[in-house]
Design a protein around this ligand. Structure first.
Ligand SMILES: Nc1ncnc2c1ncn2[C@@H]1O[C@H](COP(=O)(O)O)[C@@H](OP(=O)(O)O)[C@H]1O
Ligand SMILES: [Mg+2]
Length: 254
């Protein structure tokens, strides 16, 4: 255990370090299949090695690792996505991919960092970024560019909102802190590692983060599937949750 760094520092240092591994790989590989495979593997190996060195007593849940059930009885679990937006990473020169490192401790996300290596700025719970003021224009909703929620066109239409497709959950969540979008909405499938660090960073900045039915996001569950998510300014949460709920309800009504 390295006491010279607190958990926020560990999250940021490791997310940025894995980002450097990924940037280096991208200078020597071009083929998308190799970039995907080598990127996932190289960043995962770096994170596992550094967590074992800096926090040897903690458990790890990584998208790219075998799920070790020891995490279910551990007090502290690092939930990491070594390369979020793998598809975009493989499509040079796209820059919408990220590294996620979060720490779950006894039921809560207590630290986290989202590194955006190709954009050169990281977001961390250690120094929460201020939330930019909402603009006057229509709401801008960040959505997956490849697997957006089924209801998203109806949602945009009902709210008079604009859709802003982009890759990576970390990129979409931190786009709120850039002031580029007003909300990130996802449904249809995702896992704990996709949202843990983005949600830790968003909550530290004072944003709202929940399931799309408004219920809390729970991490370190036996099944890491966590299929939907809403991150937004607190003042928009009621409108967005109510509108999503009515669209889902209408869809389910014969
Ligand atoms: N329907 C779905 N089922 C499973 N995972 C999904 C999903 N939609 C998005 N994701 C995952 O969520 C992350 C962000 O997705 P997107 O860029 O489409 O918004 C990606 O993580 P990875 O790149 O780590 O695999 C992607 O695989
Ligand atoms: Mg991911």
């Amino acid at each position: 255990m390295d006491d010279s760094m607190d958990d926020h520092d560990v999250a940021r240092t490791l997310a940025e370090g894995a980002g450097q591994v990924l940037l280096r790989l991208r200078t020597r590989l071009d083929d998308p299949a190799s970039l995907k495979a080598e990127g996932d593997r190289g960043a995962h190996e770096y994170l596992v090695r550094e967590l074992a060195r800096l926090r040897p007593d903690d458990a790890v849940l990584s998208e790219e690792g075998k799920d070790d059930p020891v995490r279910l009885t551990a007090d502290r679990v690092w939930i990491v996505d070594p390369l979020d937006g793998t598809r975009e990473y493989s499509e040079k020169p796209r820059d919408d991919w990220a590294v996620h490192v979060a720490l779950w401790e006894r039921g809560e996300l207590v630290a986290g960092a989202v590194a955006r290596p190709a954009r050169g700025r990281s977001f961390t719970t250690g120094e929460p970024a201020p939330v930019p003021d909402a603009g006057e224009g229509p709401l801008r909703l960040a959505v997956s560019r490849s697997r957006p929620p089924a209801f998203v066109n109806s949602l945009a239409e009902r709210l008079g909102a604009e859709l802003v497709p982009m890759g990576s959950a970390g990129i979409k969540a931190t786009a709120l802190l850039d002031g580029v979008v007003d909300a990130y909405v996802h449904a249809g499938g995702q896992y704990e590692w996709d949202s843990a660090a983005p949600v830790a960073v968003a909550l530290a900045s004072g944003l709202h983060a929940s399931r799309i039915d408004g219920s809390p996001l729970r991490y370190n569950q036996p099944d890491p599937l966590l299929p939907d998510l809403l991150i937004c300014r607190p003042q928009h949460a009621g409108l967005l949750l109510d509108t999503v709920s009515s669209l889902i309800h209408e869809d389910a009504t014969p």
